[in-house]
Design a protein around this ligand. Structure first.
Ligand SMILES: NC(=O)c1ccc[n+]([C@@H]2O[C@H](COP(=O)([O-])OP(=O)(O)OC[C@H]3O[C@@H](n4cnc5c(N)ncnc54)[C@H](OP(=O)(O)O)[C@@H]3O)[C@@H](O)[C@H]2O)c1
Length: 325
């Protein structure tokens, strides 16, 4: 049924995870859809609902400030009421994705569409496998956002976004599902385009994150210093070599372009940024390391491939992380 003929409840977009990405995408959806209550947040619990100010503030990269009144519900309240969630943007961190989805399982049906925003590839692989075919969409984005205060998010950098399905699908059904979905998303404001080879995009971003993120924790540095510090640069180059050898040998990984070249481009373009992993360590928050180098080492183990550099970095980040808790 076309989106404009569905009931308001069934066409509502829920955004689970009201952090940097969740607030950014909830407000972009709300300003795109323009219907009252077109968008709602799903937060952890009733305490989070009570603390929610009733609106999200977004600071644009041009310095503009906008406020959006968007309702918030707890997972438990939605699950107990069995409120249908037909459209969901899952914007929590990778390590929370499966349990967050389980929390609203009574609200989901076989026709529910889920858009995943997580970094990495593990969540996308797992949920694509466990949900009905064609119902899990992956969105990879270069938009950057960070939380200034709770529910006050800075859209730090205008970027692009790519939407696709994980199994390579250039069929008429996949194209139709993607075209319908992109029509409901803020494609123009958020520069979203369809990617029919999402697996390659996600694997490449995963490989780049495996190369950069943990190493910025090791050297406690901005991304650019991985190239300007000669010792870090040698380390980065050796790590890229190991990651490339692994992705070449892991059967489910598509053929990727030259990783070292790609990593240099990303580290140069984001030279003043602190990686999300280092930011999480600095804020004493759990990192997504198990979904980056952790997942790579697990895949390497399954295929009996050596990964000493990744292993050492993984243990380094694990130790830094556990020293907080
Ligand atoms: N930020 C960026 O610029 C950016 C760019 C590209 C991709 N990404 C990816 O996008 C994903 C989200 O990143 P982020 O920076 O937005 O993270 P974030 O700011 O930490 O936000 C995650 C939010 O999810 C919430 N959450 C976790 N479990 C939940 C549950 N069961 N129910 C309800 N809410 C739950 C967290 O609540 P609590 O605070 O209570 O834990 C938090 O508010 C990550 O995979 C990240 O790698 C981020």
């Amino acid at each position: 049924m076309p989106a404009n003929q569905r009931s308001p409840e069934s066409s509502r977009w829920y955004v689970l995870g009201a952090g940097a990405m969740g607030c950014l995408w909830a407000t972009a959806l709300q300003s795109h859809l323009r219907r009252p209550s077109a968008t709602a947040l799903i937060v952890r619990d009733e305490a989070a609902v009570a603390n929610y100010p009733g609106e999200i503030t977004i600071e644009g990269f041009a310095g503009d400030v906008q406020r959006f009144q968007i309702p918030a519900f707890s997972s438990l309240a939605l699950a107990q009421a069995r409120s249908p969630v037909q459209n969901l943007v899952l914007s929590c961190k990778a390590q929370d994705a499966e349990s967050a989805l389980a929390g609203i399982a009574p609200c989901l049906s076989d026709t529910s569409r889920i858009v995943l925003l997580q970094n990495g590839i593990r969540v996308q692989q797992t949920l694509t496998l466990h949900r009905p075919p064609g119902s899990v969409f992956c969105l990879s984005t270069s938009h950057g956002a960070w939380i200034k205060f709770p529910y006050h998010v800075v859209h730090a950098g205008q970027g692009n976004a790519w939407l696709g399905l994980l199994p390579p699908a250039n069929t008429a059904a996949a194209t139709s599902a993607l075209t319908q979905l992109i029509g409901e998303l803020p494609a123009s404001d958020m520069h979203i385009s369809i990617d029919h080879d999402m697996a390659s995009r996600l694997w490449l971003k995963f490989a780049v994150n495996c190369a950069i993120n943990a190493l910025t924790v090791f050297y406690n540095c901005q991304n650019g210093e991985l190239l300007s510090n000669p010792h870090a640069k040698n380390h980065l180059q050796a790590l890229c070599r190991e990651i490339s050898e692994l992705t070449d040998a892991i059967p489910e990984c598509p053929v990727l372009p030259d990783l070292w070249q790609h990593v240099q481009q990303v580290a140069t373009a984001t030279r003043h940024n602190y990686s999300s992993t280092l930011q999480d360590i600095q804020r004493k928050r759990p990192t997504e390391i198990e979904h980056l180098n952790g997942w790579l080492c697990e895949l390497a183990g399954r295929h009996h491939l050596p990964c000493p550099l990744n292993d050492t970095l993984l243990n380094h980040v694990r130790q830094r992380q556990t020293s907080h808790f």
